[in-house]
Design a protein around this ligand. Structure first.
Ligand SMILES: O=C(O)CCC(=O)C(=O)O
Ligand SMILES: [Fe+2]
Length: 305
């Protein structure tokens, strides 16, 4: 792989983001423009599972509106303990801290066939020789369902990832059920059409080290996700921006909420009603950001984006 940004930063005193990029036409992707901060719709998960019938109907209505107008919402009271999130963040940090040799086993550039989903890959989007905009992200991506995978190192990652995968999967199922009810689809049809039991669940840990010139780089360029729903948790550093009503807005996350967005398969399933939303991640020059991303889709899903 190209050397991961994290390893590069640790091996050299000076790291620059080439200024030539300022001339690149890709500049429209960059984030010099001032973006407004918004609060996404909030979905209280506990009301979906143990609220009264009225409360559940209200949450279904809220989900409908969130999917229609935003394609993004924040889930609170979801039952994932903060400690589990913290442990997973620490384990992923420990993975990125492995030596380049240890990580090279999962090097995306050694992947045999780009059409086959490699169960575990890691890599970087950073390419110092690139003529266009700098991408400032290292990542680990793991297929966690229908068969669970995990790198054996660092110790503890596998257990924590397995637990986190199960919990986010259960949350996704409940959310999907409620979203489908809002679309007035029958639950039996949904199970059948989604084939969630054999569905694909992909985990990504995105690492965005502090960037000396955040205005000349982007963490993740604008994209939409494959799959039905994507669930995202982050260390308490912001960076996610979404395109809403034609303009980019920055997301203010409630601490420890799960941010959820609709993906391409949801757009198909809802007959185009719920759009697969464009989003991107920007970087900053102060703090490392990490996002834990879980994408769930049908068995045919082959990649995240
Ligand atoms: O890190 C983020 O905020 C965005 C991550 C993302 O969009 C993805 O992994 O698909
Ligand atoms: Fe995404």
């Amino acid at each position: 792989m190209g050397i991961m940004i994290k390893d590069l930063i640790e091996s050299t005193d000076v790291i620059s983001v080439p200024y030539k990029h300022a001339e690149a036409e890709d500049l429209t992707m960059l984030t010099k423009e001032v973006v407004e901060h918004v609060t996404l719709p909030v979905i209280d998960f506990s009301l979906l599972t143990s609220g009264s019938a009225d409360q559940r109907s209200q949450v279904i209505e809220d989900l409908r509106n969130a999917c229609l107008h935003w394609g993004f919402f924040m889930v609170t009271n979801h039952g994932v303990p903060e400690s589990l999130k913290e442990e997973l963040i620490n384990s992923c940090m420990n993975f990125f801290d492995l030596t380049p040799e240890e990580k090279s086993v999962y090097d995306v550039e050694n992947a045999v066939d780009p059409c086959i989903l490699d169960p575990i890959i890691c890599g970087t989007n950073f390419n110092p020789a690139s003529e266009s905009v700098s991408f400032w992200r290292d990542y680990l991506r793991v297929l966690v369902h229908p068969a669970f995978h995990s790198p054996p190192k660092p110790e503890g990652l596998s257990e924590v990832l397995s637990e986190y995968s199960k919990r986010t999967r259960d949350i996704t199922k409940e959310l999907l059920k409620a979203i489908m009810e809002g679309l007035e689809l029958e639950e039996a049809d949904i199970e059948k059409s989604l084939e969630l039991k054999s569905g694909v669940q992909l985990f990504s840990a995105n690492l965005y080290p502090p960037c000396p010139h955040p205005e000349l780089a982007i963490g993740l360029p604008p994209h939409a996700d494959h799959g039905l729903l994507t669930l995202l948790m982050q260390n308490d550093v912001g960076g996610l921006q979404i395109k809403n009503k034609g303009k980019w807005v920055a997301v203010n996350a409630i601490p420890n909420c799960i941010m959820v967005n609709t993906g391409d398969h949801m757009e198909v399933l809802s007959n185009g009603k719920y759009k697969s939303v464009l989003h991107r991640a920007v970087v900053n020059n102060k703090e490392t950001r990490i996002s834990l991303v879980m994408t769930i889709g049908p068995p045919t899903m082959t990649s995240v984006h």
